[in-house]
Design a protein around this ligand. Structure first.
Ligand code: SF4
Length: 349
């Protein structure tokens, strides 16, 4: 993958990484799906920050709410999903309060999106060049020739021969299509890219190549990433910090290596022992017994309590655990991490 010197210079000039102030602040986000069966609160009071140039990963089992967060942050949720509470601040501006016109100007320019299936993201009846040019001409004052030249440059940036500019999506491999989607996400040099399972549909070799390319591009252009995946081993490798979701709630957040070596929440511990790692001795893998709860009527107290083998009887079923600070950058929501609750457990068991 090559990156033009001019693009890099421009990107460097545009970026002054500020490590002290978050770029994105998600505050008490709530999203509901209004279904015939009832209201499903898929995201319940989730808060996290992402700093400039940071990769923040969100992981958890299917249906835990991680992709719903990606869609909510980028305001692409459609009914029956509704954002019913919270704020999403981007450089102090609430994305959820933007009107349609402001949002159109904001999206792609500052925050862009890469979704799982490139085939669904790309228009099958337009060439890839036309689709990149469309984004450029909508947001930049460029004539057709300038936009086409920039589109060729962007294809080159993501490792596609610029001469494929007139190809239709079906004429490209799955990996190439996903690279095209990434080139569109990069087109306006945004500060942040939300990536929702961007490599899930690809084979492992192409997946590895694309992840390495994303890392290289991030290094050069300095954008932040909200990376959503169910693949925890990939996330540990790729992210600076990781948030673990369970049943619509964020239950643990920590720097990725810390989460990998010393997870605090019982669910994260079980999750970590359920996938193979490339580090350390070979270990037997363990699944997590049971399945995630139906969010129409989630369990009271800790939502993990029906599956938790260390639950504190009489407490975990009734009292909802708050996210506690358990390290300088580490928070987890479990009663066992609260000294008073742990004393209660010792005295009653
Ligand atoms: Fe298990 Fe209780 Fe901790 Fe929930 S709060 S993870 S049920 S010990």
């Amino acid at each position: 993958m090559s990156v033009s010197a001019q693009s890099l210079k421009q990107a460097d000039a545009n970026r002054t990484p500020d490590t002290s102030k978050p770029l994105l602040e998600v505050r008490n986000l709530e999203v509901e799906y209004w279904t015939r069966r009832g209201v499903v609160r898929a995201v319940d009071g989730v808060s996290f920050d992402i700093r400039p140039n940071e990769v923040f990963g969100l992981a958890g089992e299917s249906g835990c709410g991680k992709s719903t967060i990606a869609h909510a942050v980028t305001r692409v949720l459609k009914p029956p999903a509704y954002i019913t509470g919270g704020e999403v601040l981007f450089n102090n501006e609430n994305i959820l309060a933007m009107n349609d016109e402001t949002l159109r100007g904001f999206r792609w320019e500052h925050l862009s999106i890469v979704f799982q299936s490139a085939m669904n993201s790309l228009n099958p009846v337009l060439t890839v060049g036309e689709q990149i040019i469309d984004v450029l001409q909508t947001h930049r004052q460029m004539n057709k020739k300038q936009a086409r030249e920039r589109a060729r440059e962007l294809l080159n940036v993501v490792g596609i021969d610029p001469n494929r500019i007139d190809s239709y999506p079906h004429q490209l491999s799955g990996g190439m299509r996903q690279r095209v989607v990434i080139s569109i996400a990069l087109a306006l040099n945004p500060e942040m890219i939300v990536m929702d399972e961007p490599t899930t549909a690809l084979d492992v070799v192409v997946q590895k190549q694309i992840i390495e390319e994303i890392q290289e591009l991030k290094q050069k252009f300095g954008f932040s990433i909200l990376f959503i995946t169910h693949d925890l081993s990939l996330l540990v490798e790729f992210s600076d910090r990781i948030g673990i979701m369970y049943a619509g709630e964020l239950i643990e957040v920590a720097p990725s290596r810390e989460l990998f070596s010393a997870p605090k929440h019982p669910y994260t511990q079980r999750l970590m022992s359920s996938f193979p790692t490339i580090y350390g001795p070979r270990q037997e893998l363990h699944g997590i017994a049971g399945s995630p709860p139906d969010l129409i009527s989630p369990p009271s107290g800790c939502r993990f309590n029906p599956r938790c083998d260390v639950a504190i009887a009489g407490l975990c079923q009734q009292v909802h655990p708050e996210l506690l600070q358990v390290g300088p950058l580490h928070r987890a929501a479990c009663h066992l991490l609260n000294e008073e609750a742990a004393d209660y457990a010792r005295n009653t068991q």
